[in-house]
Design a protein around this ligand. Structure first.
Ligand code: SF4
Length: 1002
């Protein structure tokens, strides 16, 4: 029996294998079979054979296979007929039948816990069970009943594990009887019949290359072939494996154990020939004998970069790549990414764009998966009435795949979806988009565009509404694929977006058939189970990038580096969560229980990860490891990341070599810091440019100025600028908590209608019917579209609150005589050398004992009414002396604080100026809570004082604001925590309550 050949992991593996093959066969590869753990290896070996100068060409290549494919063929040869391979759903269906049979047979006996016998409950467990069966087959481990695990796993898992042996035996038996198989079962058959398989292959010269670990079935096959004498194993690892009694690097312990099981010797292979291993570790010759003593990798250039986040790592990587680019154009360089999510950011900083990428890009991270996720979420949040949540609908119609669909040569959906989004934002929280009227009535979208829009909505919404089986779900997903793949609809999009095209291809050819084919396709399942199944199928799919050519700068995942060597290696984000990464949670058979079935657990998984990374390190000359120390998010349980154990091991070796602890930032560790500069607090104020001044002048000349206009300037000049002097408008959003403006309008309309019969009549609370007012409000509200848009609880709340408050208002009505409702008044005021037209709509004008009282209904918060304002002689003195804003820069701020709102003073002045009668008072009717009136003056101010306030002080106040507005040179912000929180222009403003901008004024 041949010794196991160990190609030192400091040497390039495929070159060494090629040399060994030629040395062992003399270049005659007839009846030569080379087995690798992965398919990609074929390409690398062929390249090395092609590059061998002394090998005559053309030549007949050896048969090169991946172990999975080869073992499946061997296993299938032990079945009477070529088997039909079961997909995931078929496996679950078969297991479901078995579980039901077992449950039925035990119907009268003690039932082991919560045996999941209905399909909806069984389905998620079926997926786990099918996965466990595959593992048992692969490792040649017959399943056995694991009893009494209640308390260690959840009841359904305990019940299934208690019958695991029976389930395993029947599963296997049923498949063999029916001529069915899974990849795992074929491997198990090959392992069980290893001796006979070896006999059949007796005439072949076989090489098993690059196996650091193998499954139980694979080991059985290799052992039989090796004992027969026609298998030569070539490993890539620590050459100390060939040194009996020598200390082997811990990452190769699995290989050492395998040697012990085989009771075999190992020999070093260099230059295609076996060499005698050195008896003693030689730190000066680390390339041949590299024992534990040289694990510090001191012969290599080893660097670590510690950064707070990914940005810091990328910055350091960019610097290292620039060095490499200058030295040798980054030849034989690998950037290793433990997480596929790093691919996009890394691609952005690479100096060369012609890089090779070898990694499986998860379909779940693709744009296509995002579209499917939106579609599933739309169904999950849909109301029973068939209406969808507006926000998810907006996400759907904003998806680029849908917007780019063609009708002829045009992409008409961009404009149609734009109009549809505007309509969605104006409507209620839940809408039926197919029944929604949208678009410009004058210029409606073309019919072809509307037809395409309907087709898209039906494909993405209607088709998913009634899914109840995997087949109907698969058909709905298939319909989406057909729409996206239709050349008349997609144009040349998929030729331009290759990754997206590959993802779509995988969805159409793998995921859809998995749902629509097989025995479980027509099983009726709950929607949650079906969607969970689709999400799982998506999570299992990967779009592979295959590097071509195999040289130059490569970007790879950790698994994709297997058997490859690079001169320069960069490993990004080497934190414990990613390298080796946390063991996935297995609800059916958690990690601590795997030993009970002799299945490899997380310890072995970690050893494999260690082997992969150290093999890569030992093959390189220059190793640079980047890791982060700051958490990647701000969530509640975001822990600080821990640097990978492999980084810790290397640093520990370095510290042992130095005999002391490394100081922070001391070589080989560098701390990467990106200097943080605070976002400069720019002046949020807007200058009054000539164009702005012109726009203001035109506004003042053409428009009737309202109380809101003046109050906006008084409360925040910058908000006034955005609102009245720019075309900026707040983004329309659906008011999910209720449209306040619409409710306010309903209240105003109700009160106008209610008081109309009382015009000119002397009434008080006893004369009016509070219940009738509440009923009228309810009728008006129910007929309003804003009410329809509310969820049921919101409607009930609004109705009850509205009824109660209006009834309270009616109950508190003082003796009064309404004389006018919803009255428009206007008057001009002269100041700053010109005339300004002011106006306002008065909700109600009453005549009472003292005279006219103006009432304004307020359904929201009440603005302040500065009662002491009228007696503040100092303020009125400052106002009378005011000529330009520069004279008294603080005056506007003082007035804003003291006045609160100009609305009621303005209404009183308008009434006096236009009707010739000075009102006795004005009041806000507070409808938010009690329905009480809040007067402007109240009983403490006598009639002459009120007269003076309305006809003397108010015009002075109005003139000041108008003059200030006309003469100001800038519009400063006036931040306030309450006001800014509801300001539509907050994103544009940038001022912060309490910030420096708060102090500025003109
Ligand atoms: S956010 Fe505040 S300071 Fe800025 S414009 Fe709005 S109200 Fe004024």
């Amino acid at each position: 029996m041949k010794p196991v050949g160990v190609i030192p992991w400091t040497e390039e593996f495929f070159g060494a294998v090629a040399e060994r093959l030629v040395a062992a066969t003399g270049g005659d590869f007839r009846d030569t079979l080379v087995i690798f753990p992965l398919r990609r290896a074929t390409r690398h070996l062929c390249d090395r054979l092609a590059a061998m100068a002394g090998l005559p060409k053309p030549l007949l290549l050896p048969e090169i296979v991946a172990v999975g494919d080869w073992a499946a063929d061997v296993g299938a040869s032990f079945m009477p007929e070529p088997p039909v391979t079961l997909d995931t759903l078929d496996r679950v269906a078969l297991l479901y039948d078995i579980v039901r049979e077992i449950a039925a047979a035990n119907a009268n006996g003690p039932q082991p816990g919560a045996f999941p016998t209905d399909m909806a409950r069984f389905f998620p467990w079926g997926l786990e069970l099918a996965e466990l069966m595959e593992e048992l087959f692969r490792h040649n481990v017959p399943g056995r009943d694991l009893e009494y695990l209640e308390g260690q796993v959840v009841p359904p898992a305990a019940a299934l594990l208690a019958r695991l042996g029976t389930i395993y035996a029947r599963y296997r038996e049923k498949m063999l009887e029916a001529g069915l198989a899974t990849p795992g079962l074929l491997l198990a058959l090959a392992g069980e019949n290893a001796k006979e398989a070896a006999t059949r292959l007796a005439g072949k010269r076989i090489f098993a290359c690059g196996f650091a670990v193998a499954s139980g079935a694979e080991k059985a096959l290799f052992t039989a072939l090796w004992r027969q004498g026609n298998l030569e194993m070539l490993w890539h690892g620590d050459p100390a494996l060939a040194n009996p009694g020598g200390r082997v690097h811990f990452a190769c312990l699995e290989q050492k154990r395998w040697l012990g099981t085989l009771n075999a010797r190992a020999g070093c292979i260099t230059g295609g020939k076996a060499r005698r291993a050195r008896r003693k570790d030689d730190p000066d010759r680390p390339t041949l004998v590299l024992g534990a003593g040289t694990a510090n990798l001191s012969s290599k250039k080893l660097r670590f970069f510690e950064g707070h986040d990914l940005h810091a790592q990328l910055k350091a990587l960019e610097g290292c790549l620039a060095e490499g680019q200058a030295a040798d154009a980054l030849d034989s360089t690998a950037i290793v990414l433990p997480d596929t999510g790093l691919l996009s950011p890394v691609l952005h900083i690479l100096p060369r764009k012609d890089v090779n990428i070898s990694m499986g890009y998860p379909l779940a991270r693709s744009s296509l998966a995002r579209l499917l996720e939106t579609i599933l979420t739309l169904q999950e949040t849909r109301l029973d009435t068939g209406r969808y949540h507006w926000r998810e609908l907006v996400a759907l119609i904003r998806h680029p795949y849908l917007k780019m669909l063609h009708a002829g040569d045009d992409e008409p959906l961009r404009a149609v979806f734009h109009a549809l989004e505007a309509a969605l934002r104006q409507g209620g929280a839940f809408v039926d988009p197919l029944a929604l009227e949208f678009g410009d009535e004058e210029a409606p979208p073309p019919k072809g565009a509307l037809d395409l829009c309907r087709e898209v909505l039906e494909t993405c919404l209607t088709a998913f509404e009634e899914v109840d089986t995997p087949r109907t779900l698969g058909n709905a997903v298939g319909g989406l694929c057909e729409l996206l793949l239709d050349p008349a609809r997609s144009g040349d999009a998929w030729e331009r977006f290759l990754i997206d095209a590959e993802c779509l291809f995988r969805l159409a050819t793998n995921v859809v058939p998995a749902l629509t084919g097989g025995r479980l396709a027509d099983a009726v399942l709950p929607r949650e189970t079906l969607f969970a199944l689709l999400r799982r199928l998506l999570a299992d799919e990967r779009a592979p990038f295959e590097a071509e050519p195999l040289t130059g700068l490569q970007v790879l995942g950790v698994l994709e580096t297997r058997l490859l060597s690079f001169r320069r290696v960069f490993v990004l984000d080497a934190v414990e969560d990613k390298l080796p990464g946390a063991a996935p949670y297995e609800p059916l058979l958690p990690d601590p229980l795997r030993r009970l079935l002799k299945l490899p657990d997380s310890r072995e998984r970690d050893l494999v990860a260690a082997y992969n990374i150290y093999r890569l390190f030992f093959g390189a000359e220059e190793i640079t490891v980047f890791y982060r120390t700051g958490s990647s998010g701000a969530g509640l349980f975001e822990d600080k990341p821990v640097r990978s154990r492999f980084v810790e091991q290397l640093l520990w070796e370095e510290e042992k070599r130095l005999g002391r602890v490394l100081l922070p930032g001391e070589a080989p560790v560098s701390l990467v810091s990106i200097p943080l500069c605070p976002i400069p607090e720019g002046d949020a104020a807007m200058p009054k440019s000539p164009a702005v001044a012109e726009r203001l002048r035109a506004y003042l000349a053409e428009k009737r100025l309202s109380a809101t206009f003046l109050d906006t300037y008084l409360t925040c000049p910058l908000r006034f600028f955005y609102r009245y002097l720019t075309p900026l408008a707040p983004l329309a959003e659906v008011a999910e908590e209720g449209d306040r403006a619409a409710v306010g309008q309903v209240v105003h309309d109700t009160l106008k209608e209610f008081f109309t019969p009382y015009l000119g009549r002397d009434i008080d609370a006893a004369d009016i019917d509070a219940a009738a007012l509440a009923d009228l409000f309810e009728t008006r509200l129910r007929a309003h579209a804003a009410y329809e848009a509310l969820p049921p609880d919101g409607r009930l709340l609004l109705l009850r609150a509205g009824r109660t408050r209006l009834a309270a208002m009616a109950a508190g009505l003082p003796r009064t005589m309404p004389v006018a409702l919803e009255t428009e008044l206007a008057a001009s005021i002269e100041t700053a050398g010109r005339s300004f037209l002011l106006g306002g709509r008065l909700d109600r004008v009453d005549r009472r004992e003292d005279g006219i009282v103006i009432l304004d209904y307020k359904t929201g918060g009440l603005p302040g009414l500065g009662q002491s304002l009228w007696d503040d002689e100092a303020l009125w003195g400052r106002l009378s002396r005011f000529t330009t804003p520069d004279d008294d820069p603080e005056l506007l701020e003082t007035v804003a604080r003291r006045v609160g709102s100009l609305q009621l003073p303005l209404y009183c002045w308008l009434y006096a100026a236009s009707q010739g009668e000075t009102p006795a008072d004005a009041a806000f009717v507070e409808l938010k809570e009690t329905g009480r009136e809040k007067p402007l003056f109240g009983p403490r101010r006598d009639q002459p004082g009120r007269e003076e306030a309305i006809t003397g002080q108010t015009p002075a106040l109005l003139a000041f604001v108008l003059r200030h507005l006309s003469m100001a040179t800038r519009f400063p912000p006036r931040p306030d925590a309450r006001r800014c929180a509801y300001c539509d222009f907050r994103p544009a403003c940038g001022a912060r309550p309490g910030g420096v901008a708060a102090a500025s004024d003109t």
